[in-house]
Design a protein around this ligand. Structure first.
Ligand code: 6MZ
Length: 470
């Protein structure tokens, strides 16, 4: 008889456990820490209904024994989640979290302040956000070097026969190339940007990306290029870049964009003269959008002396000059000649302050003329002209209070952006947010646009400051 009662009770309890079994799964199946557990239990009221249903099904007065077993079952139902919860990291189990039943410290981690690792991740995220939101000025950006991977994919999809892959146009994190290899990459990029529609696309995408990164004023630079295969002339090239700038303005992007026309050293002085002529025309016709001239390209090609005359002509015409100088070692002679112009800004200037013979004359020339230097840390590291961040010449120029502007150079090729450059410099040289804000604010002094534009930017910076330092 007692066996009968016992098995009847067992049936009741098996039915009851329709609610309880999944609860047990929570404790038995979820590893700690581990993958998602199967969906867990029903709410207690539903489990209570299940108990009632089980009781009703039997329609028997099971007497004290069953009452006792049901009481146990209820208690088990209530207690199972308590026992299960500590071993379960699955967030879906969270509603069952309760304090420990007995006194003393629970055997599982209590919710509390974030762990050191979570704290570090959150701090890194806050830092990233600060530098993204910091208003910034970008003064050294080569258009075809700025093309992002996503724009590259769009271009590659249109020219699949070229079989150009991402790795051929970008130097990923932790990777390095020589400067020479870098210039070979530009030849690959040029194969994908041969049509005016390509130039329009890259110009607009690059501007939008700088705007998204918190850049409020951008001086893009680009080398006018003709492409016989598509009929694109140098004039059409410049007009297309200007069209891209205009369309971005019409679309209301919060960024002021200007253009420097670039002379590629490899083209020699004859091409340089033509480029100066073109730049002079656009200086007069673009109402301040074309503001200057850049001398760039492979620094081993030609000699600075060859460009003195066209550059001098450009300066007389009112074009501002941003010249790549001493990006590689042993260029003291040509740097000294070109510093005589003097240029309005210097690109890189990596070896201006090196201890090699002849270089001791360069720093005084740069300092006397207060020539701002455009510094591109990631570019110099990835092209191996600077061995490590802490050896970067930013440290030298910053320590003597000389005008220095942080820039990206080729944000696409070097897989960086301006906020990352700011963050990298701050970390490397232990600079505070306030010092980095000053660095950004002072960069406004070195833009090529008018004083009215500078004043507007300063106002914009000052308006944004309180929210940044909240
Ligand atoms: C010197 C560089 C450069 O003009 O076709 N360029 N020149 N040093 C660098 N450091 C890495 N990075 C880019 O953009 C690409 C061109 O910019 C110059 C080179 O002449 C390159 O071909 P654009 O828009």
């Amino acid at each position: 008889m007692s066996l009968f009662w016992l098995s009847l009770t067992h049936v009741s309890l098996v039915l009851l456990c329709g609610g309880a079994v999944p609860l047990r799964l929570c404790s038995a199946v979820c590893p700690q820490p581990g993958p998602a557990a199967p969906p867990v239990s029903r709410p207690l009221e539903r489990r209570g209904a299940a108990v009632g249903r089980a009781f009703h099904l039997n329609k028997l007065d099971l007497g004290a024994v069953i009452e006792f077993r049901l009481a146990c079952a209820f208690r088990e139902l209530r207690e199972v989640p308590v026992a299960a919860e500590p071993r379960c990291a699955e967030p879906r189990c969270a509603p069952f979290r309760r304090p420990a039943l007995q006194g003393g410290a629970p055997p599982w981690p209590r919710p509390g302040p974030p762990s050191a690792r979570t704290g570090a991740v959150m701090a890194a995220e806050r830092e990233r956000r600060f530098y993204r939101e910091l208003p910034k000025v970008e003064l050294h950006a080569h258009l075809n070097g700025c093309i992002s991977s996503s724009t590259m994919r769009k271009l590659m999809a249109q020219k699949p026969d070229l079989q150009i892959q991402n790795g051929m146009t970008v130097i990923d994190k932790g990777k390095k190339r020589t400067l020479d290899e870098c210039f070979q990459m530009f030849q690959i990029i040029y194969q994908i940007t041969t049509r005016t529609e390509d130039i329009l696309l890259i110009t607009k995408d690059v501007i939008k990306e700088f705007a998204d990164d918190g850049v409020k004023y951008l001086e893009l630079r680009s080398t006018p290029r003709e492409e016989k295969s598509t009929g694109m002339t140098k004039r059409m090239y410049v007009e297309t870049v200007l069209e891209g700038i205009k369309q971005c303005k019409e679309e209301g992007l919060d960024i002021d964009v200007r253009l420097l026309i670039a002379i590629n050293r490899r083209g020699g002085p004859a091409v340089a003269k033509q480029t100066v002529k073109l730049a002079e025309e656009f200086l007069l016709s673009t109402d301040g959008v074309v503001v200057g001239l850049d001398l760039s390209g492979d620094p081993t090609a030609g000699h600075g002396q060859d460009f003195l005359e066209p550059l001098s002509e450009a300066k007389k015409a009112g074009l501002k000059l941003a010249l790549h100088l001493s990006e590689i070692p042993n260029q003291e002679a040509e740097t000294k000649i070109l510093l005589g112009l003097p240029p309005d800004r210097i690109g890189h200037g990596t070896f201006l302050n090196s201890a090699t013979a002849g270089s001791e004359e360069l720093v005084p020339l740069v300092r006397q003329n207060h020539i701002p230097i455009e510094l591109c840390m990631t570019s110099n590291i990835k092209t191996q002209t600077v061995p490590s961040c802490d050896k970067h010449h930013f440290g030298y120029w910053y320590s003597i209070g000389h005008p220095a502007v942080l820039c990206t150079d080729d944000k696409g090729v070097f897989a960086t952006d301006l906020s990352q450059e700011y963050e990298l410099v701050a970390k490397t040289f232990n600079l505070t947010r306030s010092q980095m804000w000053d660095l950004s604010y002072e960069s406004i002094n070195y833009i090529f646009a008018s004083n009215a534009v500078k004043s507007k930017l300063r106002e914009q910076w000052c308006k944004m400051k309180p929210a940044l330092f909240d």
